[in-house]
Write a protein that binds this ligand. Structure first.
Ligand SMILES: *Cc1c(COP(=O)(O)O)cnc(C)c1O
Length: 389
């Protein structure tokens, strides 16, 4: 990706910005700020300070010895985003964007959330910086995720239930955008994944690429060479693009994104403009966006980051699906063989690695991005397993 095309926010035919003029003005302003600060030494050192002191980075790169022995093939390593404060990779991006908001003098941060994970991460960072925080959440989602609503309120955020439309994530995004257009002078919209109109996909990738910056250095220290395969789960695509970023120009490294088979945007999608940017989209027979479903709330995302669509089209990355059964199996397998309970989202990446490792030689290395921890999912898995019995 050249600097010029990155500036315009296009990844091949994907990306861009298809929004009303009043929103475009706000996005142009945001892009200008992002490119001004992203390599500014003071900004970078402040970002690194909070990564270290608040999030607890760098996160370890852990060799899964018993799992590797059991699978009898490639060596499996785990990049431990589950150990970050708040339990997933999401905080990397939240922190970067909130520091931008601070630089611009915005005192008010708004965000959308589906299941509540991005809302909780945003409310957390706002509490630390003493910023006003408003989270838009579909009314239906606030009922299903009452505990996360309470968490956000505990952290001092105001949660606004959105009952327009279907009362889901898409409607929450629309409300957040309307708020942004009305209040952009003092308000920053903190978007949760590598999706949306330019500059969001580029900005979110930048802040998440700390994952592969660390993993590359750690792998060279531990193994003296690069991994053969990097595997990550894909919802909107932020942990995956962060896990891939520093390997994109390393042709020997295979990059694999893993989706739920019932939300297989990259595997089955077609090019279309949705939510203000061009990407692969799942459409029904009438050309309308098709509802997705995933047992992992964080992967039940209607859009996919435009750079993943480009990586798929160009062949640089591969995208595969796994079934719910495979995910549940992986969830339990990693818990038993490593003492790590993965997030259900992350268990998608683990599930694919479980299939891939035995097919590769023992001198090969698979790096799995463990995007989050599974404490939040234990009750759900308990119910699913009990139901199946
Ligand atoms: C939100 C979430 C995801 C999916 O989001 P991406 O933007 O695709 O990374 C994956 N894993 C965990 C633990 C999450 O919380």
């Amino acid at each position: 990706m050249t600097a010029a095309s990155e500036r315009e926010g296009y990844f091949g035919q994907f990306g861009g910005s298809f929004v009303p003029p009043e929103l475009q003005e706000v996005l142009d302003y945001l892009a200008e700020q992002f490119f001004r600060y992203k390599d500014d030494p003071e900004f970078v050192s402040e970002y690194r300070y909070y990564l270290r002191e608040y999030i607890g980075r760098e996160s370890p790169l852990t060799f899964a010895r018993r799992l590797t022995e059991m699978l009898g093939g490639a060596r499996v390593y785990l990049k431990r985003e589950d150990l970050n404060h708040t339990g997933s990779h999401k905080i990397n991006n939240v922190l970067g964007q909130i520091l931008l908001a601070k630089r611009r003098g915005a005192r008010r941060v708004i965000a959308e959330t589906g299941a509540g994970q991005h809302g909780v991460a945003t409310a957390t960072a706002c509490a630390m910086f003493g910023m006003e925080c408003v989270i838009y959440m579909g009314a239906e989602d606030t009922r299903r995720q009452a505990l996360n609503v309470f968490r956000m309120e505990l952290l001092g955020a105001r949660v606004v239930p959105v009952s327009k439309g279907q009362g889901r994530l898409k409607d929450a995004v629309d409300e957040a955008l309307a708020d942004l257009v009305a209040n952009y002078r003092n308000t920053f919209y903190l978007l949760g994944s590598a999706v949306g109109p330019h500059p969001y996909p580029t900005m979110v990738k930048h802040f998440q690429s700390i994952i592969s910056e660390e993993s590359k250095r750690q792998m060279l220290e531990k193994e003296g060479r690069l991994p053969d395969v990097v595997v990550a789960c894909v919802g909107g695509g932020s942990n995956a693009i962060g896990a891939f970023a520093h390997y994109l120009d390393e042709p020997t490294v295979r990059l694999i994104g893993v989706e739920p088979d019932q939300a297989a945007t990259l595997t089955q999608g077609v090019p279309a403009v949705l939510h203000g940017f061009r990407s692969l989209v799942l459409l029904d027979e009438h050309g309308n966006p098709r509802p997705t479903y995933s047992i992992a709330a964080g992967l039940d995302y209607p859009g996919i980051g435009p750079e993943h669509s480009y990586l798929k089209e160009s062949g640089r990355a591969e995208y595969h699906t796994v079934t719910n059964e495979e995910v549940l199996e992986a969830f339990q397998m990693l818990s038993r063989t490593k003492g790590i309970i993965p997030a259900l989202e992350s268990a998608h990446a683990v599930a694919y690695a479980l299939k891939l490792a035995p097919t590769l030689d023992r001198d090969k290395i698979i790096l799995v991005n463990l995007s989050g921890r599974g404490d939040k999912d234990v009750e759900q898995v308990f119910r699913m397993i009990r139901q199946a019995q």
